[in-house]
Design a protein around this ligand. Structure first.
Ligand code: PDD
Length: 286
């Protein structure tokens, strides 16, 4: 079965899906996107993702082309038409096809593109060893709360990690932790989970919110605030979170071990809670 995608109301094989070159997504990166994990064919935190989509659309002044019920139906059809029980749905909305002009076009239909890909969650061995990260100055714009498809700064920042044999780049703006190039970042200090605030400097991660919820529900101490680079470097544990990577411990940062260099006790507690939560979602009606 070939990968089936959705483009502007039609389901079709990916190699038959084309977008005109004047699409503003292609020309300007003028659009927003979402990535939603699907476990055992159950969409994970759909409502939260659709709320964030609405916020992103509002942020770029683009009308939502679908109701939440329509989005849910499209996503479920895409899941059904693709192979594999665990998938992730990428979808984006652009300001459509128009003569090139920075200003918004009038009466242009947005472009809606959706695809499903196989989801491979991090294996246990990776949770045990953890991953490496490097640091960089956060040189992005100040609306990082919008999940914009214009990702060039994130692309360059994430490539920096790859160039150094690491998986993620941890970003600091004015000496304060913001997030990763493609993930949110948490630290643990003396058993307390430290998280940056959801402001314009970071994407409000759906996984980030779940980690906060699970910490609050299970009595894990939590502090939300602006954390300096030196505090982050001295942390006992660092984690990254995202819809495709779930929660992963960062055990090396800029070539130095984080804490004792192994995945920490608070990580394992949170990992267990996250997996339990996932299992509950998978048991619920699709
Ligand atoms: N990225 N911050 C940034 C800059 C991100 O790109 C992502 C996720 C996150 C985590 O958000 P969430 O928990 O909702 O996935 C934070 C996705 C997975 C991507 O672009 O592929």
């Amino acid at each position: 079965m070939s990968q089936i995608v959705h483009l502007n109301g039609k389901f079709l094989p990916i190699d038959q899906a084309f977008v005109p070159v004047l699409d503003r997504g292609f020309i300007f990166g003028d659009g927003v996107y979402e990535v939603i994990p699907v476990y055992s064919r159950h969409v994970f935190r759909l409502e939260e993702h659709l709320t964030r989509l609405q916020n992103s659309l509002d942020g770029i002044r683009l009308v939502n082309p679908h109701t939440n019920a329509e989005w849910a139906a499209l996503i479920n059809e895409l899941i059904a038409r693709n192979e594999g029980d665990d998938q992730y749905i990428y979808f984006h909305v652009t300001r459509g096809v128009a003569k090139r002009d920075h200003a918004f076009p009038k009466d242009t239909a947005p472009t809606v593109f959706m695809m499903s890909s196989p989801l491979t969650t991090p294996p246990r061995e990776l949770c045990e060893t953890g991953v490496s990260a490097v640091s960089a100055i956060d040189n992005r714009w100040d609306r990082c709360d919008i999940k914009a498809i214009a990702l060039l700064p994130n692309v360059l920042l994430r490539q920096l990690a790859i160039d150094h044999g690491a998986v993620e780049t941890i970003l600091f703006r004015d000496g304060v932790l913001t997030e990763g190039a493609a993930s949110n970042i948490f630290a643990v200090e003396n058993g307390v989970v430290l998280a940056p605030p959801k402001d314009h400097c970071m994407l409000p991660g759906i996984t980030y919110d779940l980690v906060l919820e699970l910490a609050a529900a299970n009595g894990i101490p939590l502090e939300i605030g602006k954390f300096t680079e030196s505090r982050i470097r001295a942390a006992d544990e660092l984690w990254l979170t995202s819809s495709t990577k779930e929660i992963l411990p960062i055990t090396r940062f800029d070539g130095h071990p984080v804490g004792n260099g192994r995945s920490g006790a608070v990580f394992w507690k949170m990992h267990g809670l996250y997996q339990e939560y996932k299992a509950k979602v998978m048991r619920s009606p699709a």
